[in-house]
Design a protein around this ligand. Sequence first.
Ligand SMILES: NC(=O)c1ccc[n+]([C@@H]2O[C@H](COP(=O)([O-])OP(=O)(O)OC[C@H]3O[C@@H](n4cnc5c(N)ncnc54)[C@H](OP(=O)(O)O)[C@@H]3O)[C@@H](O)[C@H]2O)c1
Length: 330
Amino acid sequence: MTLSTSMLAMEISAPGGPDVLVPASLPVPVPGHGQIIIHLAYAGVNRPDALQRAGSYAPPASASPLPGLEGAGTVVAMGPGVSRWQIGDKVCALLPGGGYAEYVACNESHALPIPEGLSLREAACLPETCFTVWSNMVMRGRLKAGERFLVHGGSSGIGTTAVQIAAALGARVFATAGSDEKCRAVEALGAEACFNYKSSDFSEEAKKLGGFDLILDMVGGPYLPRNVRALCDDGRLVQIAFLQGPKVELNFAEMMMRRLTLTGSTLRPQSDAAKAAIAHQVETHIWPMIAAGSFRVVIDSEYALTEAPAAHWRMESSGHIGKIVMKIPD
Ligand SMILES: NC(=O)c1ccc[n+]([C@@H]2O[C@H](COP(=O)([O-])OP(=O)(O)OC[C@H]3O[C@@H](n4cnc5c(N)ncnc54)[C@H](OP(=O)(O)O)[C@@H]3O)[C@@H](O)[C@H]2O)c1
């Protein structure tokens, strides 16, 4: 197969609002050792893309400067040392960047087969959220069946994924979201209750339940001391973002007296080997949940690649429920 040498991409012309995303004609990436080139059919949009566009989340030095952390399509080229994939295979993949383009290079061990019964459109929305949720909620947070689990931002891409996977694992699932409509949507995905944080206080709800065993939080700021109060003894707080800021005054005596674990992680700067280990767990544990029908991809809206600014406006409006996806031209 002969690949074209140039491709359409949406690049960040300067740090700023959604309109700094502009079309560009760029060279098609060349695969390095252990890398595949995917001709993308769809790319998922994630909040970290908006942070990168705004200039507050720099890509790792080795990554493409283009935004885009996940996508799905067809393998069209391979570097030396690739063993799992063949030209023509359909895959979805966690990307270090570069997903806002027709072609992207990725480590072969960060690509996964399209789960049984899913379209490329749905599969494109899986990697970033599934890798983040599994590695933080299960590998780091050690969620077990029967435990009380709270996720903030329950209607987000991350939230809709965490709610369903935690429910499939047999946990009692609770969430917060910013409107009654979002709360009902999150409950329909398997949450026992979703609290509208504009009209109720999750730390009061926590008291009635005896506290949460695990909280997955993306809000931070003033939520930090409230999260600590909302944990039961031996509870764990896993931080994956700080939408309301990383700095706060906190009484750490609580952590010591009640044997709490405060931890967190971010996926993108982790080593290729660490991401490959997460990929293996995602395929082993989440792909069967999809095949069994206990986890489905919730898609809010679809845009064309060249409509990336509109996709970012939608995301930053926080009006969406679930994932935003972009169609890449054929
Ligand atoms: N650590 C990692 O490796 C990693 C990986 C991927 C994503 N993330 C983080 O996870 C979060 C969710 O990502 P996503 O792609 O699922 O994004 P998303 O769909 O845009 O979700 C963000 C949600 O947070 C809520 N929100 C927005 N601004 C807020 C604020 N200032 N205070 C409180 N809530 C706010 C909104 O819901 P409401 O209407 O309910 O407020 C929104 O739905 C992002 O912060 C992202 O950076 C971390």
